[in-house]
Design a protein around this ligand. Structure first.
Ligand code: ZN
Length: 220
């Protein structure tokens, strides 16, 4: 009896308060969902930005860290050290400049011509010297260019020393910057009116290039 009455009371209670009970359950369910959402959302807002912050952060904040090392390493790995020539006549002065883009007067040939190198004059008996280390790849003579020594520096870079007196080196000989190649002279009849001088040419991959790509003179 007593138990039955209690059960009925409980039933009556539920029946009477069903809406409140459902509401409480709903509120609890909503609260649980909000909690889950906050926790997950919190995780996302903590974790998701973390990778975001790391990836762009490494690019944005440390471009120096991520981008520069390859930039620094690549040139170091691929680019050779810049080649700097020794002036091929010690104390020599430029009497005719390199002029492949403009015509200059040739007092020997009595005409305007391009000048494929730099003419250095010097004291009598002044020696032409190798501008850079390499191997003598040719020693030739012809009336127009006189005695000519050619030095191969590797990687397609070649220097040519014309209008020499008797060459002081032989083909196949290794030279250093400053090795004497021969005295400057007027052996190049094509430039003989210019007096004793060295006609100095630079070629890269068989093309004439400006000696100033490798040579710095006081007034240049
Ligand atoms: Zn010349």
């Amino acid at each position: 009896m007593k138990g039955k009455a209690n059960t009925q009371k409980v039933k009556a209670f539920f029946k009477k308060n069903i809406y409140y009970i459902v509401m409480v359950v709903c509120i609890l369910a909503i609260a649980a969902m909000i909690t889950v959402a906050v926790v997950l959302g919190g995780k996302e807002s903590v974790e998701a930005p973390a990778p975001d912050a790391n990836l762009p952060g490494n690019v944005d904040e440390e471009p120096g860290g991520n981008v520069n090392p390859p930039e620094d390493n690549t040139p170091v790995d691929t680019e050779p050290e810049p080649i700097v020539f020794t002036i091929p006549v010690a104390g020599g002065t430029v009497i005719k400049d390199y002029a492949m883009d403009t015509l200059v007067w040739s007092s020997t040939l009595k005409q305007y011509r391009v000048h494929s190198g730099i003419d250095f004059a010097g004291a009598e008996g002044a020696m032409a010297v190798a501008a850079y280390e390499g191997v003598v790849s040719d020693v030739t003579y012809d009336a127009l260019n006189g005695h000519v020594v050619t030095v191969d520096h590797g990687d397609g870079l070649v220097t040519v020393y014309g209008s020499l007196d008797e060459p002081a080196v032989t083909k196949g000989q290794s030279v250093s910057a400053g090795t004497e190649l021969g005295a400057i002279s007027v052996s190049a009849t094509g430039e003989m009116a210019d007096g004793n001088h060295l006609h100095f040419e630079v070629r890269l991959n068989n093309e004439i290039v400006s000696p100033y790509d490798y040579l710095t003179l006081g007034d240049k």
